[in-house]
Design a protein around this ligand. Structure first.
Ligand code: CDP
Length: 225
């Protein structure tokens, strides 16, 4: 398959870029973070403490995780329930980052997303896609921006979606806490793949990033032929 991996910290705009590039370049977009968010959401809804590994591991044993597409949009099913509408909140993102430190959680997610990437040409975003999940991807991108700009982008996203959110300073603090946890965990920490391409989008508009990414995808496709 032709696969594109995008990694980078929260709020950098990875998912907006990946969605646009997917539709322009004929790829399926896989949002790996949505699976971590979904697991965290369901666990906390059922009263599990997201800081308690043994309670999480017990619940995971009989948890069914699935991914499907409807009108080109990714949906996540946990134990048969579509939780997609509930996971794009700041709270779900923070919860996802807490449980993503556990190997059992990562294995559960990786099984689902690797299966998808083996049957579709995907553009997949996350924290460890180029380094761990798809080390043979045809193109590996690392998309980042300053934490100020990322907090502002996240605030705009939450406002536009009518989701609850704190003020800019709170969002920036949460983003920095998440960056720290994601980059310092023992398993699959956030980092750029050795053969990755760095895109610092701090001073870039979304369309400029999408343009660059599509150009890089074209080049990677040409190299393969
Ligand atoms: O959209 P945003 O970048 O804020 O977050 P996300 O991609 O939805 O991911 C939420 C959390 O899941 C991250 O902070 C990571 O802790 C975790 N995650 C991960 O560990 N590995 C991935 N491949 C994707 C997400």
């Amino acid at each position: 398959m032709f696969n594109v991996a995008i990694d980078g910290p929260g709020g950098a705009g990875k998912s907006s870029v990946a969605k646009a590039a997917a539709s322009l370049m004929g790829l399926s977009y896989v949002d790996s973070g949505a699976l971590y968010r979904s697991i965290g959401y369901v666990l906390s809804k059922t009263g599990v403490d997201l800081n308690a590994p043994s309670a999480i591991e017990e619940k995971l044993q009989d948890m069914e995780l699935e991914l499907f597409y409807q009108d080109h949009a990714q949906h996540v099913l946990v134990n048969g329930e579509d939780v997609t509408a509930y996971i794009r909140t700041q709270e779900a993102g923070n919860g996802a980052s807490k449980i993503a430190v556990l190997e059992s959680v990562r294995n559960k997610v990786n099984e689902v997303i690797r299966k998808t990437a083996s049957s579709l040409d995907v553009i997949m975003d996350g924290r460890d896609i180029g380094t761990v999940v798809l080390p043979d991807a045809s193109l590996k991108l690392f998309i980042t921006a300053s934490s100020e700009v990322r907090a502002l982008r996240r605030l705009t996203e939450l406002e536009a979606a009518g989701k609850p959110h704190g003020d800019l300073e709170t969002i920036k603090r949460e983003i920095e806490e998440r960056d720290y946890r994601d980059s310092h965990r023992e398993i699959a920490p956030l980092k750029m793949a050795e053969d990755g391409v760095l895109l610092d989008t701090t001073d870039m508009k979304l369309y400029e990033v999408v343009y660059q990414v599509c150009r890089l995808i074209d080049e990677a496709r040409e190299k393969r032929t």
